[in-house]
Design a protein around this ligand. Sequence first.
Ligand SMILES: *[C@@H]1O[C@H](CO)[C@@H](O)[C@H](O)[C@H]1NC(C)=O
Ligand SMILES: *[C@@H]1O[C@H](CO)[C@@H](O)[C@H](O)[C@H]1NC(C)=O
Ligand SMILES: *[C@@H]1O[C@H](CO)[C@@H](O)[C@H](O)[C@H]1NC(C)=O
Length: 457
Amino acid sequence: MSSKSVIRSQQQHKVFIASSDDTKICVVMVGLPARGKSLIAGKAMRYLGWVGIPARVFNVGGYRRFNTPQPEATFFDPHNEEGERMRRAAAEAAMSDMIQWFNTGKGVVAILDATNSTKERRNWIYEKCHEADIEALFVESICDDEDLIMTNIKEVKTTSPDYKGQDPEVAALDFRNRIRNYEKVYETIDDNEKHYTYVKLINVGSTVIINQIKDYLSSRLVYYIQNLHIKPRSIWLSRHGESEFNLTGRIGGDSNISERGEAYARALPELLRKSGVPDNTKIVIWTSTLRRTIQTARHLKSETGYEKLEWKALDELDSGVCDGLTYEQIAEKYPEDFAARDEDKYNYRYRGGESYRDVVIRLEPIIMELERSENVIIVTHQAVLRCIYAYFMNVPQEQSPWMEVPLHTLIKLTPRAYGTEEQRFKADIPAVSTWRGKGTSAKHQDFPAEKGTETKH
Ligand SMILES: *[C@@H]1O[C@H](CO)[C@@H](O)[C@H](O)[C@H]1NC(C)=O
Ligand SMILES: *[C@@H]1O[C@H](CO)[C@@H](O)[C@H](O)[C@H]1NC(C)=O
Ligand SMILES: *[C@@H]1O[C@H](CO)[C@@H](O)[C@H](O)[C@H]1NC(C)=O
């Protein structure tokens, strides 16, 4: 982990009398192109959705693109009046849609993703927000590390809609010219703007300057953003190997893994290797504190010598009074609960236990730590894995508790500038299927393991 210095100036913690329902925040991305602004905006968006805060990105480039799908670099020259007029119109359209969205009463955080960041434009945004009772939070990404910029340009030139179907080399050159035009007018946030709430990220979070954060939600957002990095890495997810409880269809408990579970534990180091681990890559192993995950990671730990951490927060969803029962027994003993859980599985809380929503809340520090970390393999439980997976793959809340995450399968997630790439690697070891579809009676059956397959989504 690189060391980080965090400078906090004039931080005020005002106590808000108004209920948090009134909070309206506009996160304004500031910075030259290829500084990772869209990446930060996209991630913040995903994070907010995952914790259940209504958020939306308003991308000024998107509005501009609508009228000028494939502009040339000269379009971005500040002396090009027609270009300037259209950029201004795009900014106004984005702003007015944003205010309208807040006015519906459903919005809490808007992310305004635009490139132009002169003082004048910032002041305009600040005033507009102020009038509409929206708090503006400026997030400036500053980067003078040429390698980081070039990596970013490469991502952009191959994935941006502006350059669809163009020669990558020509596109890269055009893009560098475009950046030069912005550099002519670029103004960093400075001391005359101390009345704004802002965070400055220098070289993707190696230094962070925070000014005037006023409320809890903003400080949570800033904490999240300052933990982000863009070094290439992967995250591997696996459920524990089949447990003794899975054989009899019982949930919860702290049982040992079965013989087949042990076979999976033995196969895991090779499965990980096959999934593609770059040379000289260190991976940290995370497990829960329950036997079945520790046992599943045992050989992985002893064969690779990787560092291992056990997290209480990764323990399985607590099924309260249902702990140790089968789904049939739950349906019989607690029929209303069983039906209620099917009705709204995300919010349903087991008597004396937890809901998926509860699990997401306790996983928040795990997500923060994951964002700070590089390569990690997490061996955990079905419900917890669904929640972590939902965060990375942007799965909606009502859908995530129903996702099928088979036993004896390694999932590899690789974050990219515009989304997360997923690969699955199945171990050729049979296990019971513990997946139960919505509205079905308890399902519990053997399924034949498929040949070591890999699927890309
Ligand atoms: C940015 O905004 C300022 C002020 O609104 C304008 O004068 C300038 O031309 C714009 N530049 C770019 C590159 O969009
Ligand atoms: C598999 O067994 C564990 C207990 O060892 C249990 O917590 C988990 O819920 C089981 N999986 C399912 C979905 O039945
Ligand atoms: C798990 O295995 C250990 C050692 O083999 C044994 O002592 C223990 O009783 C087992 N636990 C359960 C819950 O079956």
